[in-house]
Ligand binder design. Structure first.
Ligand SMILES: C[S@@+](CC[C@H](N)C(=O)[O-])C[C@H]1O[C@@H](n2cnc3c(N)ncnc32)[C@H](O)[C@@H]1O
Length: 147
């Protein structure tokens, strides 16, 4: 392997989910659970001013996923789709992205709503969510009317 950089966790997510089967998936699935992004003390200063944002991108690692499939059928789907047209955990680089609502900050802890990761999942990065794409311009491909 020739990594472009060596990723390191900036923290870990605390969620109620111990098994992937507990996490809602498939058409119409809603992520309504609260969780906590526990940021390691050495990175806490980097949270300055984050309270002003309502939503955050959380970039994290599918640390309990093995291997990858270039074609797969998402839950509830009969047809195969390319991995880069899905949110499958089985990806060449096991990186995930979730938009969560920031409820409050308590020191190095961000209390958030809308988690879909297992308890103890490593966090790679956090960025403020700022979408400028008007709803009428968004296309949802094969997932139109499913999600
Ligand atoms: C479909 S993926 C979507 C994740 C993220 N929202 C994204 O779009 O990249 C969510 C699923 O990943 C699985 N999962 C969650 N945490 C995981 C982890 N730490 N390691 C491996 N799989 C995980 C669960 O089955 C969960 O339902």
């Amino acid at each position: 392997m020739n990594p472009l950089f060596i990723p390191r966790a900036i923290g870990f997510v605390r969620t109620p989910f111990q098994q992937t089967s507990e996490i809602p998936k498939g058409p119409g699935a809603k992520h309504e659970m609260d969780g906590v992004l526990e940021i390691l003390p050495e990175f806490e200063e980097g949270l300055k001013d984050i309270e002003g944002f309502s939503h955050l991108f959380v970039i994290w690692v599918f640390d309990r996923s093995e291997g990858y499939e270039l074609l797969g059928a998402p839950p509830g789907e009969a047809e195969l789709h390319g991995v880069f047209a899905t949110r499958s955990p089985k990806r060449p680089n096991p990186i995930a992205l979730t938009v969560v609502e920031l409820l409050r900050r308590e020191g190095n802890e961000l209390h958030v709503h809308g988690v879909d990761m297992l308890d103890g999942t490593p966090i790679l990065d956090i960025k403020p969510y700022m979408s400028s794409i008007p709803a009428e311009k968004l296309k949802r491909g094969w997932a139109t009317e499913r999600y």
